[in-house]
Design a protein around this ligand. Sequence first.
Ligand SMILES: Nc1ncnc2c1ncn2[C@@H]1O[C@H](COP(=O)(O)OP(=O)(O)OP(=O)(O)O)[C@@H](O)[C@H]1O
Length: 280
Amino acid sequence: MSNENGQCSSCGEMNEGTCGGEKCSPPPKLHPGGPSKIRNVIAVMSGKGGVGKSSVTSLMAVNLKRMGYQVGVLDADITGPSIPKMFGVKRVPPSQGLMLPAQSRTGIPIMSLNLLLEKEDEPVIWRGPMIAGAVKQFWTDVNWGELDYLLIDMPPGTGDVPLTVLQQIPVDGIVVVTSPQDLAVMVVKKAVKMAGLMEAPLLGFVQNMAYATCPKCGEKFEIFGKALEKGDILDGLPVLEVLPIDQEFTRLCDNGLVEEAPIQVFEDIPKLLKVKSQVG
Ligand SMILES: Nc1ncnc2c1ncn2[C@@H]1O[C@H](COP(=O)(O)OP(=O)(O)OP(=O)(O)O)[C@@H](O)[C@H]1O
């Protein structure tokens, strides 16, 4: 893939003459582990950290599961994984050969590096290629079973992991998360541009932390800037959901009870992706 200066964005060489395409042709798409049958892959991304990718991924998983779909979560945020804590899962079950994901209370399979560590607060101090390698293994070396949707919680930024996921995993749709803040939108647009450059299918935005409501008087405060409405257009893409700052939601996530969150969202996802056929 070359940038506007004709420079290859994988190897950094000028395409004409030196790179010749072969060295830098995108790596092949990978097959999911063993008998896994995964009908749709959705990547949840954002150039910006802390805007709520993991929260949005969890809410999407919980809601798709409530709709009757088989859904799994691949936590590609290797150095800052939040998914296991939100779902209250600690370890993967023992296995021989392919790894098995942990199962949440409602039966959502989850794979995350934190499920393989002795202690959840142990740091992972790896360089980019190793981190990207771990994400690939979570796709190729895990028996996911049959899933209608596998959701990938991406790390912030546009580095090794998003590049690997978009090049090597057959992503059917990307959901981009932002807060209303101009600063966040500016950085998030980089992720949108990256997806566009890689011809990855963008489904739309989720605006998270759009506002907070005073528990005493009910007044709404737009803490990070102008809240959008579902269906608005941002950077040429539809706004799929607008989520407020919700204290109870934070409490449930901290206690591993995200599956109890009474938040109904993402009912349009199946229509957007047209699930090929439902399992079970
Ligand atoms: N709508 C919300 N209401 C209340 N708290 C929220 C909301 N969205 C996210 N949070 C909280 O904000 C923090 C950051 O959210 P989250 O971990 O989902 O962000 P992220 O984009 O995945 O971060 P990272 O940069 O680690 O990838 C978490 O503590 C989460 O519980």
